[in-house]
Ligand binder design. Structure first.
Ligand SMILES: Nc1ncnc2c1ncn2[C@@H]1O[C@H](COP(=O)(O)OP(=O)(O)OP(=O)(O)O)[C@@H](O)[C@H]1O
Ligand SMILES: Nc1nc2c(ncn2[C@@H]2O[C@H](COP(=O)(O)O)[C@@H](O)[C@H]2O)c(=O)[nH]1
Length: 206
């Protein structure tokens, strides 16, 4: 089914900067809305239930899997994470663009379900910088950082499966690339060209 809203999937190894980029994009563009995932991991820092994630017990997560409530879910860094089908389909049906910050396994499942979804992979500029961003963020214990660095090797090998790759070295440059992808996608399908409908009419392309 084709919805009036677009679906963007942003994946990256932990620490590459996807949350920072998506947050900055949403501050600039009120047409892009996040999907809040469910996870079995515990909240960290200032995270709030319903804002960063819906924090679920193993039993609650199992029940959602059984009820077919997730459009995708995966095991990531030893925890389970999933995207609610109802949340994203309602938003896209209303004409909102939805952005998912999920791992590569989820991204591949999403592309199988929604052929028009745009898959974007964020690369760090180097392994050293990836580790140092995880350390500087100061939210994960050393053993968790080690696990995330090991998983990053597997994740980076999946970048070639994505529609676009952005290198997040200079933050503003990476944000510019992300904005350009979003704007270009909005012009692609007739139902999504509202912002420049006048141009398409003038060119007899409406
Ligand atoms: N271009 C950049 N240059 C320097 N630091 C950056 C850049 N982009 C993001 N950061 C910093 O790197 C850290 C990791 O970024 P962020 O939390 O956005 O990563 P993430 O990919 O969303 O990680 P996770 O998957 O674990 O949530 C943060 O402290 C962020 O401020
Ligand atoms: N497949 C999915 N992956 C998800 C989802 N929500 C988040 N994630 C990914 O998990 C890791 C770790 O996140 P963190 O918040 O614990 O640092 C990261 O790669 C996320 O993108 C989801 O719904 N599905």
């Amino acid at each position: 089914m084709e919805y009036p809203g677009n679906l963007f999937v942003v994946a990256a190894p932990s620490g590459a900067g996807k949350s920072s980029l998506v947050k900055a994009l949403m501050e600039l563009d009120s047409g892009v809305h996040p999907s809040v995932s469910h996870t079995t991991r515990a909240p960290r820092g200032q995270e709030k239930h319903g804002r960063e994630y819906f924090f679920a017990s193993q039993q609650e997560f199992d029940a959602m899997v059984l009820a077919d409530a997730f459009v995708e879910w995966a095991n990531v860094h030893g925890q389970r994470y999933g995207t609610s089908k109802k949340m994203i389909e309602e938003r896209m049906a209303q004409g909102s663009d939805v952005v998912l910050e999920i791992d590569y396994q989820g991204a591949i499942q999403i592309k199988q379900m929604y052929a028009n979804a745009v898959l974007i992979f964020i690369l760090p500029p180097s392994w050293e910088e990836l580790r140092s961003r995880l350390e500087r963020r100061g939210e994960d214990a050393p053993d968790i950082i080690e696990l995330r660095m090991q998983n990053a090797a597997v994740e980076l090998a999946q970048a070639k499966e994505f529609d676009f790759v952005i290198i997040n070295e200079v933050f503003e440059r990476a944000l510019f690339d992300l904005k350009a992808i979003v704007h270009a996608q909005r012009l692609k399908y007739p139902a999504q060209r509202r912002a420049r409908a006048d141009t398409f009419e003038a060119l007899h392309l409406a």
